[in-house]
Design a protein around this ligand. Sequence first.
Ligand code: MRU
Length: 367
Amino acid sequence: MKIDGKHYRTIWVSEANRETVCIIDQQCLPHDFHIMELKTVEDFCVAISEMYVRGAGLIGATAGFGMYIAALRAPKGKFDEALHKAGEALKATRPTAANLAWAVTRQLRAIAQADSVEAKIETAFNTAQEIADEDADFCRRIGEYGLPLIEEISRRKNGEPVNILTHCNAGWLAFVDYGSATAPIYAAHAAGIPVHVWVDETRPRNQGAALTAWEFAHHGVPHHLIVDNAGGHLMQHGMVDLVITGTDRVTRNGDVANKIGTYLKALAAHDNNIPFYVALPSSTFDFSLTDGVRNIPIEERNADEVRYVNGTDGKRALICPEETPARNWGFDVTPARLVTKLICERGVCDASEEGILSLFPEERQNG
Ligand code: MRU
């Protein structure tokens, strides 16, 4: 993704020094574009838990680089122990996105294959890069597979703008590049198909307002910011042609965990016969689960995220009586029956065990 003409990924190893990993500080967006440096495992844990980085793919890529830094810093005599401890600390930062544990496990498996500490560090570096490169490549391919779905609606509308609704930020900021839900939108925009996006603000952290709107503005994609509760009204009035969201974890049978409020959008889309697509790279599948509502761990964050809004001056404003208690669930689960199709790096499939396994046959034996 380009910012002021320069291509950025959301995470990279510093060119000056292989012991430093750089991220775009997402707490500062949309008002400041600030690069932050991570040098210790603790830095990585804070970056994920405090959401300097966020979004399933980027959380996974950050954990991958965190394991590389853990390998670099591990005392020679206690290398394996230090690495496992780092893996546990990283996994404990946020519970819902499948990509986090997936990246830590991939690193531990790869590192175990190397036979000297030097080789293990080199393996950890290469694996972190692979995870990041793969994430970017898979998102690019999601764009290619999602594009015909938008093209087809555009043809039906005789070239009138295709109205897409999205929730939260499943853009390039949530991944290493391109994004998942946004990849087909960027691909359509690049292909000259007129698109217009309704961007849900996504309370309480406002990833739609702060991040998705910022991405689209930089990329020149026409959009409007809407309040979270507007989607149903727009759907009833023919102002939404399709919904595309990202996801943080998809079960073997196609249940979808995504930012809180997604389920309500899926219900409204179903009631109005509007296709509801979910885009994801394979690292977001959790093939071990078959009941998303019961089994996907849902993060509950600090209630103050609901009680306050942040101002541009760094101050926060209380929006309820001082003594009001609040609860703050970060995600909800949309049952597979409400999902029209999943868009993955290997193609488009039904949100069902059969549909998913038709794209990922190697997972059949793990059922
Ligand atoms: O809490 P976040 O910002 O890490 O939430 C993740 C998300 O951005 C959304 O749920 C998104 O749609 C899926 S992540 C690609």
